[in-house]
Write a protein that binds this ligand. Sequence first.
Ligand SMILES: Cc1ncc(COP(=O)(O)O)c(C=O)c1O
Length: 483
Amino acid sequence: MSHDFFQYRELLTSAVGHAVEYLESLPDRPVDKQVGSEELRLSLGGPLPEAPSDARRVIEELCQTAEQGLVASGGPRYFGYAIGGSFPVALAADWMVSAWDQNAPYYVSSPAAAVIEETAADWLLELLGLPKAAGVGFTSGAQEAIYTAMITARNALLKRTGWDVAKQGLYDAPRIHVVVSDQIHSAIKRALWMIGMGEQNVKKLPTDGNLRIIPESIAEVLAECDGPTLVCAQAGCIDSGAFDPFEALADAVGKHPNAWLHIDGAIGLWSAASEQQKPMLQGLERADSWDTDGHKWFNMPYDSGIVIVRDAALLAEAMGGNSMGAYLTDAIAKPDRNAINFGIGASRRARGVPIYAAIKTLGKQGIEKHLDACCALARRMADQLRQVEGISILNEVVSNRFSAQFGQGDDEFRNTLTARVVHCLQQDGFCYPSTSGYKGLKTMLISVLSCHTTIADIDASAEKIVATYRVEAAKLQAPDTAS
Ligand SMILES: Cc1ncc(COP(=O)(O)O)c(C=O)c1O
């Protein structure tokens, strides 16, 4: 079997055809086909292939068979969770990342990737109004970005007590207090477990009806923390889009002798790039570290996360990039950007490239327009739904998302009806909300993140949601007559 260079042209040309066909079908195809895994295994599974196959046929078959199990989450009416589409330019740049196949963590293995990521990092800091000298790493997603920031925070907090984690490990280390919002995302919980902070040691700050930390609660909780203290807040709560009171948090952290403030902005950090939205994020720049996702609201193809640490030296120290094997010492000694100092991955694709291409194409103005448009579309949908008797919008729509409940009656009735409405919508495939929870209630989550969503998509989806609600409410109220 040969792997001639001409094969690239043949195979990529075939892939381009399939890709464009798929992408152009996004506005019209059902969002989710609800295919069973057994069915998929029949066409995609099978025994380990013994003999070689024709590569072109493999690609053809792959495209045809995967088709039935693809979720059109890059399309204009996918409103579930926090999944955006892709800016066309970001996808094109991402293809080049695969074609170039550069190993990005070292300058020597890709000077171009190093300088592109360095530039993207500088642009991001300016765009988001964060300290110019902060360290920026490109990760697989917010989860890895949070984990990276938590490792850095833990080591820095302990270092201030005279404890060196790299040398002494964690046995007998001073106890770290952890303070989080009672609405903190599970990615923070996972990262805390991973860095050795048990759930039992975490103190929770209460939130208001919009799922935002109540500022008055902060000082009291921090006063109970008499040692190194890690505080986690969020910019853009998954269920309400709320921004925690960063100014009050930064004030309390500033008064504490040894505390670190991390802001999880997986969804909402981008709001800092919008003049309209920025006022809700006052104090954001005073934190010690931040994380966000490119693959959510910034419409990068997966995977694209970003970690930012105010003191780049602390990030580099925590990542241990200077203590690599002898075969890397010359590479690391180069004065230019070695991304190994800004993240966990010792080998990775050049994730900063699509971000660079998107910022260059959209500019500050284009980015702001995209962010504001999503918020306006979310408000438009919420306004249409709340006019219907029996539909309640649970949060103030401050960003690109809202949580809704269906029906009138007790919690159990509304929870059941809400789950039914969302499942019916998902099965129907015209638009795709997801279920979530809001202070114990079952909800429909609508998240508007895609550059492809239009007013027409919003209006037609709202109409579909209302119609589905009416049908399901009638069935639930009159179960004997339901088919
Ligand atoms: C607020 C928040 N933080 C963190 C994450 C984790 O992001 P990722 O899935 O990119 O790791 C999410 C995902 O939805 C989120 O909404």
